[in-house]
Design a protein around this ligand. Structure first.
Ligand code: HEM
Length: 394
């Protein structure tokens, strides 16, 4: 692994220390007010220090033209300049709704330069705070030192790692063939990993403080402009594993215009390695389709029965995790607290930008595809799963 430059290291150190301290101070000020969503005019000297100290690092890195130190270093710089811009957005020092271009020209240039060189969107991505959030003596990157932010980052990351493990196991079955007796160990790995996802979601649901998450954590994930363009916020879904599971289980199809659009839109928010995995996965036949093709001639055979049963177990667990995400996490931590907000404040709630009811409907569609719900208005695999279930003996 190549070493980051001294300037990149200094910026990283600032992001992990002074930046976190200033954001935390600001959060405590906002949170102590009767109107917690009110940010403008609060803590202005701290905001100015955050803006100016960060700018010094950005200007130094821009002058250095630091994109030649290898992937890890450039990826680190992109995450840091992105977190800096994300915090400026959170503290209302920029707001895409009232500007045509980012007022932070140097930070935009640096982010655009590094993002383009990596093949990623020029903003911080989920991977910066999750699976590529390298801890230095236990200290991982975050915006604040609030315990609820660490809880959110850590459980998200555990969930992502487990979903990636399940996706990797199903990919192995693609290569082995679903009729291969060896597929049993891959299905078992996927089952185990999805049980873990359900457990991490449960812990998050029970332990995360609704108000702290809604008012002090989530606002750092809002959309912001880089140069002229507005980029949507990061969300825990920006990794390929979740879509590999959708596609390999056959619950969502890359030929479905709605779903394909979603894949296209998220491509640049993922690590290049994930982009590659997702493209590869889009060319595969799903396990569901493979089983249904084999069914007429082989449904009675032992291997078919074993694989179909294991497939259905994995699909059911995956569906359960999707229901948890929508009916528990999104409902409790976004939908319900948003009821207390109105107008302008509500406009900034979602990470992707669309109004909340629109976002909720699109998340509901994903949930229903993943549970193969019986819906006439969207293409789900309800009938195909029913057919597979009907073929099981006993
Ligand atoms: C407090 C916990 C969580 C909340 C409130 C939450 C909320 C949301 C919201 C609102 C979105 C839509 C993105 C947007 O705002 O534009 C989203 C997307 C997504 N989240 Fe979460 N999320 C949480 C935790 C997790 C965890 C632990 C995972 C799994 C590791 C996860 C996986 C996803 C995925 C995959 C998407 C993309 C849409 C999809 O494919 O379903 N989320 N989440």
């Amino acid at each position: 692994m190549s070493q980051p430059s001294a300037k990149a290291t200094a910026f990283d150190h600032w992001i992990r220390t002074a930046f976190v301290a200033m954001n935390t101070q600001l959060e405590e000020l906002y949170f102590a007010q009767p109107q917690r969503a009110c940010v403008e005019g609060v803590g202005d000297p701290i905001k100015a220090r955050l803006r100016d100290e960060g700018r010094m690092h950005v200007v130094a890195l821009l002058a250095e033209g630091n994109t030649g130190d290898g992937f890890d270093s450039a990826f680190g710089v992109l995450g840091n300049v992105g977190m800096y811009l994300g915090a400026l957005r959170r503290h209302e020092l920029t707001n895409p709704a009232r500007e045509e271009r980012s007022p932070f020209a140097e930070a935009s240039s640096l982010a655009l330069h590094v993002g383009a060189s990596l093949g990623m969107a020029p903003r911080f991505a989920t991977s910066h705070l999750a699976t590529r959030n390298r801890a230095v003596a236990g200290l991982r990157k975050s915006f604040t030192s609030l315990k609820d932010e660490y809880l959110f980052i850590d459980e998200n990351t555990r969930g992502i790692l487990a979903l990636e493990r399940a996706a990797e196991a199903l990919t192995q079955i693609v290569h082995l063939g679903v009729s291969n007796p060896v597929a049993d160990v891959c299905f078992a790995t996927a089952v185990q990993a999805l049980h873990e996802v359900i457990e991490f979601n449960r812990r998050l649901f029970e332990q995360l403080d609704v108000e702290r998450f809604f008012y002090c954590v989530r606002p750092y994930y809002k959309p912001y402009r880089v140069g002229r363009t507005e980029y949507r916020g990061a969300n825990a879904g920006d990794f390929s594993g979740i879509n590999e599971l959708d596609l390999l289980l056959g619950l969502c199809r890359a030929s479905d215009a709605y779903y394909a659009q979603l894949l296209v839109d998220k491509m640049m928010f993922m690590l290049p390695l994930d982009q590659q995995r997702l493209r590869d996965c889009m060319t595969r036949v799903s396990l569901l389709d493979e089983l249904l093709q084999l069914a007429p001639a082989h449904a009675a055979s032992d291997w078919f029965q074993r694989s179909a049963r294991a497939y259905l177990e994995v699909a059911d667990l995956f569906g359960r995790s999707a229901v948890q995400h929508h009916d528990q996490l999104v409902a409790r931590f976004i939908e319900q607290p948003a009821l207390a907000l109105e107008g302008r404040e509500l406009a900034g709630v979602t990470a992707s930008g669309p109004p909340l009811p629109v976002l909720l409907r699109s998340l509901e569609v994903l949930r229903d595809m993943r549970i193969a719900a019986d819906r006439a208005d969207i293409a789900t695999r309800h009938r195909d799963l029913q057919r597979l279930r009907s073929l099981l003996k006993g």
